[in-house]
Design a protein around this ligand. Structure first.
Ligand code: ADP
Length: 615
């Protein structure tokens, strides 16, 4: 019999499926089960309209694998297809006409499409070298058989079938060197796939499972088969919140392998209106082992009416909330790719925006009401939030500024920026922070002395990202941030006297370009000298930036500050020119060391120290 040819677009998609390098070949089962479920929906609806019974159990979807014949059969009792339906539905791609492959990127784009939305019936050809569909349409007597081995075309012939519905037989491909197909004939693998992708299909998905048991009055085992329903049928997120206990959510969290820890927060929301969706989201309490690597895939599972259409939809979450796990179910999303794709995109964006707000609100609430739990969360993911502030040029300020916390000189635990600002005395104009490896190191920095002596609170920035994040924030409640090593601390200090200008000038001369200035300090109390900076780049930023690709150009503009009240200063005043050079070298390098910066010329520094010791 002459083979009929697929429509051109379908043929290209088929080629793509047959030669698919897509790793998630397993999704074919989800696609076929979803089709069976849709067909059952249609029949169920007809039955509802005709009052011919409302029994959902009737719509059992049966799986059967035969290893000898290498077949996997999926049978449904749905609406079925007649000859025209078969030709139209399986000969063209869902009549969408929107499958425009770009010639050069054909394969790549195809892979993306499969990964994102699946492609329905054709995905069967990822695992099968021959597909036979026998179907009888409800209300008709004749059945039809559609067969195809792939892109060379298909045939439709008359067939026998006792009941309405559809039976799809996949002849599973032989294993190749790189791909295993045998697994799609293993009943436990199939059962797992149903659990993973189709657990919440409303009709029972069943399979005869081979099991073994002890024979009666004997030590011997015997094999037997039992028909099992593989899916739980009720989506957890569709149950009413009142019905659900914390344990239920936790069990789900673990079953979905969102994490092995306990989530610190579960968010279950139903939204109705122009956008209708249910979201079930979890905020983990610990960092997944691969979270800070590129292997980590952020995103939420995307469901359309209980059917999973995407395992990780990255677009649903902004990067800074990438740690959130869970799913979104929206009846507004259609299961398969189609001309609605763009619209869906638009909808996804709207949902994502909503979810971001929801997560923000929940986290802010947790931060306010349960600081202990929030701190645990923040220890794990605070970095991500701070990176969120830093990236996108501070666009996420509103969302994130009240979620970040720091340690400070006034609080044992973390403090929020709001709490800091609320504590600020009237005369304090800036939010002060110091940067360093540890709280202790920052506290003991010479530059901290002046601010602390003033009674002002000091935030401890101990992570690389901290200062960069607040640079993007610029202000919090109209208060600017100020690094304690900034040459201008922004509070009334006794004016540095001109008295020592000449001496400072000589020190500057001795140090040359290493410093922008040498001046009498008004901030130092017990230390003889320190380094402060002018301009946009602080010392901590210099450290971070110099580790990056443009390192050489990113230098802080340094000022050496001398404590004129320190006993050592008398020696400076008494020094001759030669000695003064030595002192300048030593003071400058000591100040660098205290800041954790490398000594630029270790030999010169060591020589200077030796000179002092010789005396
Ligand atoms: P989509 O489901 O997006 O329409 P598919 O390629 O999966 O795309 O299926 C094409 C069409 O074939 C379906 O819309 C449906 O009309 C028909 N179809 C597929 N499987 C079945 C089935 N098991 N029973 C009845 N009709 C089916």
């Amino acid at each position: 019999m002459a083979k009929k040819q697929f429509k051109a677009e379908s043929k290209r998609l088929l080629d793509l499926m047959i030669n698919s390098i897509y790793t998630q070949k397993e999704i074919f089962l989800r696609e076929l089960i979803s089709n069976a479920s849709d067909a059952s929906d249609k029949s169920y609806y007809n039955a509802l309209c005709n009052n011919t019974g409302l029994d959902r159990e009737r719509y059992e979807i049966r799986l059967a694998a035969d290893k000898t014949l290498r077949t996997l059969t999926i049978t449904d009792h749905g609406i079925g297809m007649n000859k025209e339906d078969l030709e139209k539905n399986l000969g063209t791609i869902a009549e969408s006409g929107s499958f425009k492959f770009k010639n050069n990127a054909e394969e790549k784009e195809g892979v993306d499409i499969i990964g994102q939305f699946g492609v329905g019936f054709y995905s069967a050809f990822m695992v099968a070298d021959e597909v036979t569909v026998t179907s009888r349409k409800e209300g008709e007597e004749t059945a039809w058989k559609w067969t195809s081995t792939g892109s060379d075309g298909y045939t439709v012939t008359e067939a026998e079938k006792a009941e309405p519905g559809t039976e799809i037989v996949l002849h599973i491909k032989e294993n190749t060197e790189t791909d295993s197909y045998d697994e799609y004939l293993e009943q436990y693998r199939l059962a797992d796939l149903v659990k993973k992708y189709s657990d919440f299909i409303k009709y029972p998905i069943t399979m005869e499972m081979t099991k073994s048991r002890k024979k009666e009055d004997s030590e011997e085992y015997e094999q037997y088969t039992e028909l099992e329903t593989l899916n739980s049928r009720v989506p957890l997120w569709k149950k009413s919140k009142k019905e659900l206990k914390e344990e239920d959510y936790k069990a789900f969290y673990h079953a979905q392998r969102y994490g092995y820890d306990e989530p610190v927060k579960t968010i279950h929301t139903n939204v109705e209106g122009s956008l209708t969706y249910t979201a079930l989201m979890f905020i983990p309490g610990t960092v997944p082992y691969d979270f800070y690597t590129k292997d980590f895939k952020k995103g939420l599972a995307l469901y359309s009416n209980g059917v999973m259409i995407m395992e990780k939809c990255a677009d649903l979450l902004p990067d800074y909330f990438g740690f959130v796990q869970g799913l979104v179910d929206s009846a507004d999303l259609s299961l398969n790719i189609s001309r609605e794709l763009l619209q869906q995109d638009h909808q996804l964006k709207a949902i994502s925006k909503n979810l971001t707000k929801t997560i923000q609100k929940e986290l802010a609430g947790l931060c306010e009401k349960d600081r202990e739990t929030y701190s645990k969360f923040f220890d794990a993911f605070g970095r991500t939030l701070k990176y969120g502030l830093y990236s996108d040029w501070g666009m996420n300020k509103e969302t994130l500024q009240d979620l970040i916390m720091f340690h400070s000189s006034k609080e044992e635990a973390y403090t929020t920026l709001k709490e800091y600002v609320d504590r600020m005395p009237e005369e304090q104009k800036y939010i002060y922070y110091g940067t360093g490896e540890t709280k202790e190191k920052i506290r003991s920095m010479p530059a901290a002395e002046g601010v602390l002596a003033k009674g002002f609170e000091l935030l401890y920035f101990t992570e690389d990202v901290d200062e960069f994040a607040v640079k993007m924030l610029q202000t919090y409640k109209e208060k600017e941030f100020k690094n304690i090593t900034d040459a201008d601390l922004g509070f009334e200090q006794e004016a540095p006297s001109d008295e020592h200008a000449e001496l400072m000038g000589k020190l500057k001369e001795a140090l040359g370009d290493k410093v922008a200035d040498v001046k009498a300090s008004t901030r130092l109390v017990s230390h003889p000298a320190c380094i402060s900076t002018r301009g946009a780049i602080s010392i901590e930023m210099e450290k971070v930036l110099s580790a990056g690709p443009d390192g050489q150009n990113a230098k802080a503009e340094k000022v050496l500050e001398i404590n004129t009240g320190h006993p050592l200063f008398a020696q400076l005043q008494a020094a001759d020119e030669e000695q003064l050079k030595t002192y300048a070298e030593v003071l400058y390098n000591q100040a660098l060391l205290i800041e954790g910066l490398p000594i630029e010329d270790p030999v010169a520094y060591a020589n200077a120290i030796w000179k002092l010791l010789e005396k």
